[in-house]
Design a protein around this ligand. Structure first.
Ligand code: UDP
Ligand code: UDP
Length: 282
């Protein structure tokens, strides 16, 4: 939004599953829903976006000689049997499960990128992004950090799936952006894990949200979703060594920045309404 006034900025609404003709120097290929709720909603469209969409963007990169950055995912490791995950680990992925449209889709996207690199000389860069959160995230995105924050602000119980002992490692959005730009501008193909190694169980995350928003925020247990990975934590040695990158913002510092943005969007711009407790559940 804040770029609309810049005369050099152009926004094009386009479905990458359809071919696209553009003249560009660099392609950050992020297209694809990334929240499990959203990518499972229309799984065939999800895998088409990852496979046909990535093929089209690689075809475009080849035609115009652009550098191509693929945002892959920690989901390529599936429910990992190695902990923490290093880039050389091949993963433990169910090819026929409800998450497969996303994790197998991204694995195929990585394959396509490497084949265009080897076969057609396209300059590719591959990032494997771990769980990321921050301001301006969709309030109803469905992922755990945004869910807990929105629920605690609205005085609704935080929904913990399963026993809450599964782990994730949460990266603040500005750290990710810095990592992606370093990767694009650097000389290394990757893949690179981009994530924050700080690992939390979902119950610990709920506790951090309580500390940040409301010590009385309640927890409600819900059945877990199918094929939910038990553990996830990036080994970021490779990104540290080759990109000189590591995240700077720990969860306890990043969460308050997200909370003040969510507070404004949920309750409106008036700071004094922040204390209003009955604006819940719309
Ligand atoms: N493509 C595109 N924009 C371009 C160049 C290609 O969308 O500027 C699409 C093209 O429609 C094709 C895909 O990218 O479906 C792969 O292109 P490539 O040239 O690698 O393969 P080919 O067209 O020879 O099968
Ligand atoms: N989760 C949860 N409550 C929610 C949403 C998610 O406990 O309201 C759990 C989910 O079961 C998973 C973890 O949080 O173990 C991360 O889920 P998310 O959808 O954020 O991303 P994922 O890492 O699974 O892609």
């Amino acid at each position: 939004m804040h770029h609309f006034k810049n005369p050099s900025f152009e926004l094009i609404r386009h479905d990458v599953v359809e071919p696209l003709l553009l003249e560009v120097d660099q392609i950050y290929h992020l297209a694809c829903p990334a929240s499990p709720v959203h990518y499972k909603h229309n799984p065939v469209k999800t895998i088409k976006t990852n496979v046909v969409g990535t093929l089209n963007m690689l075809g475009l990169a080849k035609r115009v000689g652009a550098r191509f950055l693929l945002t892959s995912t920690s989901e390529v490791y599936g429910d990992p049997l190695q902990h923490p995950q290093v880039e050389t680990y091949w993963g433990n992925v169910n090819p026929i499960g409800v998450r497969s449209c996303y994790d197998e889709g991204k694995r195929t996207a990585e394959t396509l990128a490497m084949d265009y690199h080897r076969g057609a000389g396209v300059e590719v860069r591959i990032a494997r992004i771990f769980n990321t959160y921050g301001p301006r995230m969709c309030i109803d995105d469905g992922r755990v950090v945004s869910n807990f924050v929105a629920q605690a602000l609205r005085k609704e119980p935080m929904t913990v799936y399963g026993d809450g002992k599964q782990t994730r490692s949460f990266q603040f959005v500005s750290d990710l952006v810095e990592g992606l730009m370093r990767l694009m501008e650097g000389e290394h193909v990757g893949p690179f894990n981009l994530g924050n190694p700080g690992e939390f169980t979902m119950l610990e995350l709920a506790q951090v949200v309580q500390e940040t928003i409301d010590p009385n925020a309640r927890i409600e247990f819900r059945p877990n979703t199918e094929d939910d990975p038990h553990k996830r934590k990036p080994d970021i040695t490779k990104a540290k060594d080759l990109l000189g990158w590591e995240p700077k913002i720990p969860l306890r510092q990043g969460l308050p920045m997200m909370v003040s943005d969510f507070r404004q969007r949920i309750f409106g711009d008036h700071k004094e309404e922040d204390t209003a407790t009955n604006t819940s559940s719309s």
